[in-house]
Write a protein that binds this ligand. Structure first.
Ligand code: HMG
Length: 400
């Protein structure tokens, strides 16, 4: 019998996580006060009831590709593209049933041909799957880096309850060993349940949702993945400096956290929930639901806030309808402030052009031609990339 060689002893595992984070938002913004004035809703329902002030709206020449490329371009400009051998594009607003939106971004950013590019889908959860897959790849070869892009345009029917919870944004994460921002920990708590709380059949451009059922399904997933997280030997709830939840509307993060506190036998008072959540909502409250990007917008808001988080653990709850959820912990890397893009992010959000109600409605009801003809798309966005034309059923993008 042949003797198998003894495998080498494993070396120390380097910290792996988010090295850099960059966001992009839709060109336009619709204040909830404008929506409320149109539909006769008391604006308090939006500002207080769901915790939203405004929502980003994509221009006619923006889509998940232009937003994703705009989010990722600053990462490539700063760090170059060497050793980025994988690009994961997470979205639920897909523009093609076959080709990954990430391939367009790969081309727009001039990334190396020696790379794999793939699109991932599971509602708002997919970017977290991308992050975890990236960590696995980097654990196998710590010299590699992975670009994870979360990009979505959230659309519900006009005059539906979901309308107030739309948005449009992208977050790009550069995932690497020895990260500058956040070291992701093991274990994760994961949860899947087959529920029809929110879905979008291939023939629809706007999602269908059972609003109250979706909230119940989210809370059930919070319990499910926390239970698994503790069974896998995770941290105690008390350890965490803050919690980044998926935020379809910011009030949902409070509902979810109070639910978790109650489930784990803690007091559910407002102060406790506020201390855990308030620093994570600044971007989501003004951008709206950015689906896959939302939980990482919560992270951006937290890191860019005033509190010093050096070495502190943060809890993440990533939820995607349908439903899949994951709870994981990550430690903020000491010195992280030097790697933040606070000014650029605030400029992007503050630089949006405000829409009045008729202009918003016109954008919402506009449909791209499907006849395969040659259609130029008028320039609207001032972003670095735009959808310039449709020609022969192909999307033609332009870099400024
Ligand atoms: P609705 O029926 O319009 O609102 O739907 P409501 O009657 O439930 O009111 C909302 C809150 O405002 C309530 O507070 C009211 O009391 C309060 P709560 O009881 O929840 O604490 N309110 C007021 N507060 C102050 N002043 C007032 C006032 N009036 C009422 N004057 C709903 C709201 C969120 C259901 C709807 O917008 C919707 O269907 N949104 C889309 C679905 C959604 O966002 N679900 C969240 C969980 S699922 C999820 O997160 C996944 C998702 O992102 C998709 C994915 O994974 O891909 C959606």
């Amino acid at each position: 019998m042949t003797t198998l060689p003894t495998p080498p002893a494993p070396g120390p595992t380097p910290a792996i996580g988010i090295h850099d984070l960059s966001l992009a938002t839709g060109h336009f913004v619709l204040p909830h006060a404008t929506l409320a004035a149109h539909n006769g809703t008391d604006v308090g329902k939006y500002h207080i009831g769901i915790g939203q002030r405004s929502m980003s709206v994509a221009a006619a020449d923006e889509d998940i590709v232009t937003l994703g490329a705009a989010a990722a371009a600053p990462l490539i400009a700063t760090h170059g593209s060497d050793n980025i051998r994988t690009v994961v594009f997470a979205t639920e607003s897909s523009i093609d049933q076959a080709k990954s939106a990430g391939v367009y971004v790969h081309s727009l950013l001039g990334l190396p041909s020696a790379s794999r590019v793939v699109e991932l889908k599971q509602a708002c959860y997919a970017a977290t799957a991308g992050l975890q897959f990236a960590i696995g790849l980097i654990r196998r070869d710590p010299t590699q880096r992975v670009l994870v892009i979360a990009s979505d345009v959230s659309r519900y029917d006009l005059d539906s309850p979901g309308e107030a919870t739309q948005g449009a944004a992208a977050v790009a994460l550069l995932v690497s060993a020895d990260p500058a921002l956040l070291a992701v920990e093991d274990p994760s708590g994961v949860f899947t349940a087959d529920v029809m709380d929110f879905w979008r059949p291939n023939y629809r451009t706007a999602a269908l949702v059972d609003g109250q059922e979706s909230i119940t399904a989210y809370l059930q997933a919070v319990e499910g993945c926390w239970k698994d997280y503790t069974e896998q030997g995770g941290r105690d709830l008390e350890d965490f400096a803050a919690f980044c939840y998926h935020q379809p509307f910011t009030k949902m993060a409070y509902k979810a956290h109070r639910h978790l506190l109650n489930y784990t036998g803690h007091a559910t008072d407002e102060d406790r929930a506020y201390a855990a959540i308030a620093r994570t909502t600044a971007y989501n409250a003004v951008i709206g639901n950015s689906y896959t990007a939302s939980v990482y917008l919560a992270l951006a808001a937290l890191l860019e806030g005033e509190q010093d988080l050096d070495g502190r653990p943060v809890g993440f709850l990533s939820y995607g309808s349908g439903s899949v959820a994951e709870f994981f912990a990550a430690t903020v890397v000491p010195g992280y402030r030097d790697a933040l893009r606070t000014q650029a992010h605030r400029a992007a959000v503050d630089g949006r052009t405000e829409l009045d109600y008729p202009a918003y409605r016109a954008l919402h009801t506009a449909v791209l031609p499907t006849d395969g003809g040659d259609h130029r798309i008028a320039a609207q966005t001032t972003g670095p990339f735009r959808l310039a034309a449709l020609r022969g059923h192909k999307r033609i993008y332009e870099t400024r």
